[in-house]
Design a protein around this ligand. Structure first.
Ligand SMILES: Cc1ncc(CNC=O)c(N)n1
Length: 232
């Protein structure tokens, strides 16, 4: 085997998957999934005005997330002929329909007026990032990676608040369960599998872009939690 063959062999054998990136960037991943806001839910010391702020801001985020997921679905239909890709994304869209209804119900329980919420700057930044990913120029592999990262952070964070030794207040358990439940966990694993498949097939350039987008999602998630806790 000559040198060039060896290089191309080793680059195609190089393990690229999302689990590896989580390990490689463990401290940022941990900052996003074990944030003080999440820790405060888990140990029962959460400041309720922070929780209410998070709830109102997250409703705005989820409304912006719907067209992003729709754009992932369009790319799945155009760029792959594998129906599992379309199905996992369509499943995510269906869940968002229930989620928006849930936000309305939860907001009224906490006395949060959703129509009066003004998006804070971290939220505006996150929503405009989603918008930038909706461009047809952004590769399917890259947006699938972003989609997985956005969902995985919530799944991991809220599942942590439901562990056996967690002291999450009763009235917050339903919120944690929304993203921390096992079915959502399984769905995230399916999404991860789909994304990994595409990463394996991608060029080095696309993989690099996907890794950068993964890191950017983690940063934006940290800022989103930070925004929820300002003033405490
Ligand atoms: C800021 C943020 N990140 C991820 C999610 C989870 N995806 C949809 O609900 C969310 N609701 N909010």
């Amino acid at each position: 085997m000559d040198k060039q063959q060896q290089e191309s062999r080793s680059s195609s054998n190089k393990k690229v998957d999302l689990g590896e990136w989580v390990k490689k960037h463990a401290s940022l991943y941990e900052a996003a999934t074990r944030h003080p806001f999440i820790e405060s839910i888990r140990n029962g010391t959460v400041d309720i005005s922070s929780f209410r702020r998070w709830l109102g801001q997250d409703y705005i985020f989820v409304r912006a997330f719907v067209p992003f997921v729709a754009s992932v679905l369009v790319k799945a239909c155009n760029e792959t002929d594998d129906s599992s890709d379309m199905e996992v994304t369509l499943g995510g869209m269906a869940a968002l329909n229930d989620e928006l209804a849930w936000f309305k119900k939860e907001a009224s329980k906490w006395g949060v007026t959703l129509s009066a919420i003004v998006p804070l700057s971290a939220n505006v930044r996150y929503c405009s990032f989603l918008k930038s990913l909706m461009s047809s120029e952004v590769e399917y592999t890259v947006v699938l990676t972003a989609f997985w990262a956005i969902e995985a952070v919530y799944q991991d964070s809220f599942a942590y608040c439901l562990e056996e030794d967690a002291e999450t207040p009763e009235e917050l358990k339903e919120t944690c369960y929304r993203w921390g439940n096992d079915d959502f966990g399984d769905w995230c694993c399916t999404l991860e599998e789909r994304a990994n498949r595409h990463l394996q097939m991608a060029s080095e350039d696309v993989r690099k872009k996907a890794e950068a987008v993964f890191l950017h999602v983690l940063e934006l998630e940290v800022e989103f939690w930070d925004m929820s806790c300002v003033g405490i």
